[in-house]
Write a protein that binds this ligand. Structure first.
Ligand code: GRF
Length: 215
């Protein structure tokens, strides 16, 4: 077995997915090391959790820079210095630039609280997703972990799990059940990368026994 996969978690909000990743590592279910937690929000739960766990936590926002390119440069510098191999977006509310995505091609993941390509795209985040699911009347929603490309919620899909929408669900009750599944699925998906089992072929992600690039 190889070394733990070095990851960064980028989060803007409460950071419960970050916590799920921390817990999976601590419980030995995920062979990874969180090398950095980066948030555009200085008051985020994610940074609070990072501090509490003694992790490297950094507030990095476009507002700290004059030009967007300077933000990109700093972000890439930190990721490089921390030797990050996989970037995990967990409720990160900013779109990464093509430069950053290009530098980490197929090595940036995102988690989305619905079954993509439904209920995704620009403006589809947080409770809005669950509200749209309820209003549309679909019987199934779920969780998607996907690779990040230049478009919102668009890149190749790594894992998905379906969740039934119940008769009396509202956005709040649904989001709670979806979040529980997110907390299981994200560490699982990161684990596949840690074990070198992910191969991206165009839009299709193959999950194999072990591919020679890692593990
Ligand atoms: C999650 O629902 C995730 O799918 C979405 O943003 C939310 C983040 O929640 N991208 P948390 O900050 O991890 O608690």
């Amino acid at each position: 077995m190889g070394e733990p996969l070095k990851i960064a978690v980028l989060a803007s909000g409460e950071g419960t997915n970050l916590q799920a990743i921390i817990d999976a590592i601590e419980e030995g279910r995920l062979k990874a090391e969180i090398r950095a937690v980066i948030s555009n929000n200085s008051g985020s739960g994610a940074l609070r959790r990072a501090r509490k766990e003694g992790l490297f936590g950094l507030h990095l926002s476009h507002k700290q820079f004059i030009a967007p390119e300077e933000f990109d440069q700093e972000l890439l510098k930190v990721l490089g210095e921390r030797e990050v191999e996989l970037v995990c977006l967990a409720g990160y509310m900013k779109l990464l630039s093509p430069r950053v995505i290009g530098a980490y091609r197929n090595r940036i993941l995102n988690i989305h609280p619905a079954l993509l390509p439904a209920f995704g795209g620009k403006g589809m985040f947080g409770q809005r997703v669950h509200q749209a699911v309820i209003e549309y009347g679909v019987k199934l929603t779920g969780v998607t972990v996907h690779i990040v490309d230049e478009k919102y919620d668009h890149g190749p899909i790594v894992l998905q799990r379906a969740i039934p929408v119940l008769e009396n669900d509202d956005a709040e009750s649904l989001s709670q059940r979806v979040l529980e599944v997110e907390h299981k699925l994200y560490p699982e998906a990161i684990g596949l990368f840690a074990e070198g089992r992910v191969k991206v072929e165009g839009r299709r992600v193959r999950i194999g026994g072990s591919f020679p690039n890692r593990g």
